[in-house]
Design a protein around this ligand. Structure first.
Ligand code: THG
Length: 369
């Protein structure tokens, strides 16, 4: 075995010590941070999310704060979605594209004030990109990475857990809406959000020195509901059809190909200043060449999870890739997303090629559940 060298370019979460104490067994990197990926009991971690409540260190979902007189204008230039009706206290899922209309991130946007926004980003460097656009356009903004670290609380018992801590007002929060709050003196933002379809909240810690405190307070409040540690769950998110940017996308993927077309507003004011909008209009008119559907593999023996793009063939010809693969504990089948040519219809037979072997599969619509 080898060690991972400690270095400032591999940043630790404020919840790092708490996750070690909770028995974390694996990490991956995400936004140059360590993101926990397991606690040694995948079966229990899955069912805790489906039936109870699970808490996740997702501090690696970093915030890019855009503040200043031109903040609103810059945000509208950057994201594919019209935000004219987004109010302070509201969040939105906002595909972010480059000039070619290629999806380069899929942040959750938080409108903190009329002149202050957070982009809660997936794993690509949005500080560099947003600063470059602001600089080229001569905009009056300050772009920073604030001391903010999300902790997700997910599952059917998440609402009771969070209401027990903050009060019943959290039950009235609409999806992606948020409120500032304090928890035993720890400053946080509470948002109804999270990368699962089991319901829940994200608690954004606003003081990186108090991660262990926040973790422990939530763990204690959730004890009566059987809370335990977890992480963005590969099985649940595939069953639920949630996109993993950088996992299910490649260097050429546009939002229309991966079911995000409904978050792209091609008819917009000031269209000429919106990054990538001309390209997105063209792609939308021509129709994307690929699309994202599901595959259900033949057989009912669990295969190890697969994060490698596997070729898919249809009538012997290469038509795309399976971009992830998991054993579905609810469907009792091996399933995955496929990014394939539009010529492959849903309900077709295809072959997934793994280690030179062909495994038969059927194409289906997403989500699986
Ligand atoms: N939470 C926060 N930041 C994040 C993520 C998160 N940043 C990175 C990554 N995850 C962004 N990706 C997603 C993808 C999907 C959703 C949220 C973040 C999501 N989608 C819902 C769906 O697809 O059904 C709702 C979308 C809608 O209709 O508005 O929630 O998890 N803080």
């Amino acid at each position: 075995m080898f060690e991972i060298t400690q270095h400032t370019r591999l940043r630790r979460s404020p919840f790092y010590d708490a996750t070690v104490a909770a028995g974390v067994t694996s990490f991956m990197t995400y936004n140059q941070m360590l993101l926990p990926t397991g606690y040694g009991d995948p079966e229990a971690e899955y069912w805790r999310l489906i039936e109870g409540v699970s808490m996740w260190d997702v501090a690696a979902e970093r915030q890019v704060q855009i503040a200043g007189p031109d903040a609103a204008r810059l945000v509208q230039m950057l994201v594919a979605r019209d935000l004219s009706k987004c109010v302070v206290g509201q969040g939105r899922y906002v595909p972010l594209c480059n000039h070619d209309g290629t999806l380069i991130n899929d942040p959750v946007l938080l409108k903190r004030a009329d002149d202050c926004f957070w982009l809660s980003v997936a794993d690509s460097d949005m500080l560099i990109f947003t600063r470059a656009i602001a600089g080229e356009r001569g905009l009056d903004v300050q772009i920073t990475e604030p001391d903010v670290s999300p902790l997700a609380v997910q599952g059917p018992k998440a609402e009771d857990t969070i209401a027990g801590l903050f009060g019943d007002w959290v039950r009235d929060l609409k999806y992606f809406w948020f409120e500032d709050a304090t928890l035993e003196g720890v400053p946080v933002v509470v948002q109804r959000s999270g990368w699962s379809k089991q319901g829940g909240f994200e608690i954004y810690l606003r003081d990186g020195t108090r991660g262990t405190e926040l973790w422990n307070v939530i763990a204690e409040a959730g004890e009566r509901y059987g809370i335990g540690p977890g992480n963005p769950n590969p099985c649940e998110r595939v069953e639920s059809g949630l996109l993993s940017w950088g996992g299910d996308t490649d260097d050429d993927t546009n939002p229309f190909e991966v079911r995000l077309g409904r978050y792209v507003d091609v008819e917009r004011e000031y269209a000429e200043e919106i990054v990538g909008l001309q390209a997105l209009r063209r792609i939308n008119e021509e129709g994307p060449k690929r699309y994202q559907i599901g595959v259900v593999l033949d057989g009912d023996t669990p295969e190890p999870s697969n994060a490698v793009w596997l070729p898919i063939e249809h009538n012997g010809a290469r038509v795309g890739h399976m971009t992830n693969g998991v054993w579905s504990r609810r469907l009792k089948r091996n399933i995955g997303f496929a990014l394939v040519s539009r010529d492959v219809t849903v309900g077709s037979r295809v072959d997934v090629v793994k280690d030179g072997q062909r495994v038969g599969a059927e194409t289906v619509w997403l989500p699986f559940i």
